[in-house]
Design a protein around this ligand. Structure first.
Ligand SMILES: [Zn+2]
Ligand SMILES: [Zn+2]
Length: 277
């Protein structure tokens, strides 16, 4: 639906801006893409868990209470602001003929082959996770927290809509990884599309309010290195610890994983209506 909203806005503006400024048209196209990605994925998650299965899934919710309507509204409002900021990056770096030659973008997949094409994805996730962990910890510094990160932490019991709920200053920090990619590793434009699609899916899962990984995942050989919805939910609830995005490498290495993480994970994956636990 939001895709249509952006489309309508674009066409409403079209007559005014046509021929005058193709950049505005480009910006609208980017917004449509970034915006629909957020609204469709967070919207599906919200509809399935908070509407359709609300009562059936209620006993398994990580935090029993549901956010209030004003929380959803705030999360969506700040997310729209984030989308407006994210939209500038492709404009400044990809569609800008002055800057684009200096980026590491490449045009055809054949240039570097399929092994590279597929192999770079894990590298991108590791880079993003590292970038996220350290900028996140920095934004928790008492001097910066209020200006950058407080908005995101207003959601102490996050919903899928919180995925992009950032203060504009934090949105600028978050989009920084995009710029890092564009100037460090050779990437194809479809890498960007796929990466940010997978990223928003994981981000929505992190704020979902329910755990989707099975019981015991947190202690399994692979699972102990993967960030989960329980882990990020704890970050929102307590503010301290569990700073990672996709992985728990940095949290484990830096000793910032909350001590009660395993217990909370166990609880979220075993709770049922019968025990009411
Ligand atoms: Zn969060
Ligand atoms: Zn935080």
């Amino acid at each position: 639906m939001i895709g249509w909203v952006f489309r309508v806005v674009r066409y409403l503006n079209y007559d005014i801006f046509v021929g005058m400024n193709p950049w505005i048209d480009r910006y609208m196209q980017v917004l449509e893409r970034v915006g629909s990605r957020y609204f469709i994925i967070a919207g599906i998650a919200f509809f399935v868990f908070y509407v359709l299965l609300r009562s059936r899934m209620a006993p398994k919710k990580i935090q029993r209470a549901f956010p209030a309507l004003r929380d959803y509204r705030r999360e969506i409002l700040y997310s729209v602001g984030t989308i407006l900021i994210f939209g500038f990056i492709p404009l400044l770096f990809i569609f800008n003929p002055t800057v684009r030659p200096y980026t590491t973008l490449y045009d055809t997949i054949a240039e570097r082959g399929w092994w590279y094409y597929v192999g770079i994805f894990p590298v991108m996730f590791l880079m993003h996770d590292t970038y996220f962990y350290w900028t996140h910890r920095l934004m928790h510094h008492p001097r910066l927290f209020r200006y950058f990160h407080l908005v995101h932490h207003q959601s102490t019991n996050p919903s899928p809509w919180a995925a992009y709920a950032f203060h504009p200053l934090e949105a600028i920090v978050e989009v920084g990884i995009f710029v890092v990619f564009l100037f460090t590793i050779p990437i194809h434009t479809t890498h960007i599309v796929l990466f940010f699609l997978l990223s928003i899916i994981y981000n929505v899962y992190g704020h979902l309010g329910w755990e989707l990984y099975p019981k015991g995942f947190n202690t399994s050989r692979i699972g102990r290195w993967i960030n989960t919805s329980v882990s990020h939910n704890q970050h929102h609830k307590y503010f301290k610890g569990n700073y990672g995005l996709y992985f728990l490498f940095w949290d484990r290495w830096m000793n910032t994983l909350r001590v009660e993480y395993d217990e909370a994970f166990e609880k979220a994956t075993t709770a049922d209506a019968a025990t009411g636990s």
